[in-house]
Design a protein around this ligand. Structure first.
Ligand SMILES: NC(=O)c1ccc[n+]([C@@H]2O[C@H](COP(=O)([O-])OP(=O)(O)OC[C@H]3O[C@@H](n4cnc5c(N)ncnc54)[C@H](O)[C@@H]3O)[C@@H](O)[C@H]2O)c1
Length: 333
């Protein structure tokens, strides 16, 4: 099977490429990525050098480039990760989110419709559901929860989801969608909360936390997300949405305290800064559909995964250090 992965030079896409290269050597892997600020060719270049991956530098919004890539490589499976993914950037400049996340998804769907594919899988987010109250921990997002995106990022992802479903109903493109909670692990651009706090801690800087730090995120190790995507891609039902989550709720303050504990950093380094505009209070995923219908279960315990992730960033300074000065310039978490 030939599988085209968009956004494979980013955090989750690159982990997915390594996951497939290790577990499914028979797949022919193609990565299409424009190497935006969040894309890092050095992450995946070992796969290219070992001739396990063909890399195509292209923008998903460039119809000619995308159609040429489909014509040349004839993918049977497409997994669409490419996106602008940082909420804070979407608050300062929403326009590029509309372009990449909505129009880019439309171009790929048109290519799938024109050339025909066995599956188009869209990697979406739990943020399309909006947020949940802090004081009702029993409330979780299910696949039928209403879409109530609250940031331009989340709204652009919700628009992409709806567009993909419309191509399933209108043209019969075999679409599946996964909506996952917050991922952590290796290869994450250090503007995001966990690698940024680790990098700041290692650089002896303060650890800024938005507001009071009580906002809750539901964490999943990136390898568990990759395993879920593969199951949905190969065994999921076209037209269906699958929530992906590992039931690991943690407030931002608890998380940064845990990172302090792992790195042996005094908690006094934590400082509280002005809250993000429209900051979602809590995310919580009900992943029972995926568990019961496709027999998927998360494997990585949050404590072990966080420890392993911190150790990876300590051991791989050379990966994140060149990115860090730029990544540390933006908003805080
Ligand atoms: N990170 C998370 O916690 C999380 C959780 C749920 C869902 N998601 C979704 O998973 C996907 C991947 O997220 P990530 O954290 O790996 O993102 P990322 O920002 O690390 O990587 C995005 C990748 O897309 C590429 N890209 C951006 N614009 C492009 C364009 N116009 N054309 C081609 N390539 C382009 C970038 O170069 C980069 O390689 C996104 O769709 C995101 O919405 C992420």
């Amino acid at each position: 099977m030939t599988i085209l992965i968009t956004g494979g030079a980013g955090f989750i896409g690159s982990n997915f490429l390594y996951y497939l290269a290790e577990n499914d050597p028979d797949f022919r892997l193609i990565c299409l990525d424009n190497l935006s600020y969040a894309g890092n060719y050095t992450t995946i270049s070992p796969l290219v050098q070992q001739e396990k991956l063909l890399f195509i530098k292209a923008d998903v919004c460039d119809r000619n480039a995308v159609f040429s890539a489909f014509e040349e490589t004839k993918p049977e499976l497409v997994v669409h990760f490419a996106a602008e993914s940082h909420v804070d950037r979407s608050i300062s400049d929403p326009s590029v989110f509309l372009r990449t996340n909505v129009l880019g998804t439309g171009v790929l769907l048109d290519a799938c419709r024109t050339f025909g594919v066995v599956r188009f899988h869209l990697v979406s987010t739990d943020e399309v559901y909006g947020d949940l109250p802090l004081n009702r921990p029993e409330l979780l997002f299910t696949e039928s929860s209403p879409l109530r995106p609250r940031s331009p990022y989340a709204a652009s992802k919700a628009a992409a989801d709806l567009l993909a479903l419309s191509y399933f109903h209108t043209y019969g493109v075999p679409v599946t969608i996964s909506r996952c909670s917050n991922n952590y692990g290796r290869f994450q651009y250090p503007e995001k909360l966990i690698p940024r706090m680790i990098a700041r801690a290692l650089n002896e800087q303060t650890l800024p936390v938005y507001g009071t730090g009580e906002n809750i995120r539901d964490w999943i190790h990136v390898s568990d997300h990759c395993a879920a995507i593969k199951k949905i891609l190969l065994r999921g039902t076209p037209g269906e949405i699958y929530n992906v989550g590992a039931n690991c709720p943690c407030s931002n303050l608890q998380l940064v305290r845990r990172i302090c504990g792992i790195l042996g950093i005094p908690r006094e380094r934590i400082v509280f800064v002005e809250d993000r505009k429209g900051h979602d209070l809590r995310y919580g995923i009900d992943a029972r559909k995926l568990e019961t219908s496709l027999n998927w279960r998360p494997k990585v315990d949050f404590t072990d995964g966080l420890q392993e992730t911190a150790e990876w960033y300590i051991a791989n300074h050379a990966w994140w250090e060149p990115l860090y000065p730029e990544a540390d310039k933006g908003s805080l978490c």
